[in-house]
Design a protein. Structure first.
Length: 68
């Protein structure tokens, strides 16, 4: 199926595989941090909306928590 070329030594093949693994790990960590950042921004937006409602003196701010 796949024939390894003779010009690449075993060490070169292993180094290439290690480099690819490290790159994929970096991409995975970046995606996790991006998702966590988006969740944090969403939570902060909700908290800010509730705080703005309470600071305006409204009494029905529970609608922001539970939704319509």
């Amino acid at each position: 199926m796949y024939r390894q070329d003779s010009w690449m030594s075993e060490a070169d093949v292993q180094e290439a595989a290690d480099r690819q693994t490290a790159s994929l790990g970096g991409v995975a960590i970046t995606l996790v941090l991006l998702i966590l950042g988006l969740l944090l921004v969403r939570q902060l937006h909700t908290k800010a909306a509730i705080e703005d409602c309470l600071m305006a003196g409204r009494i029905n701010c529970d609608l922001l928590v539970t939704g319509p």
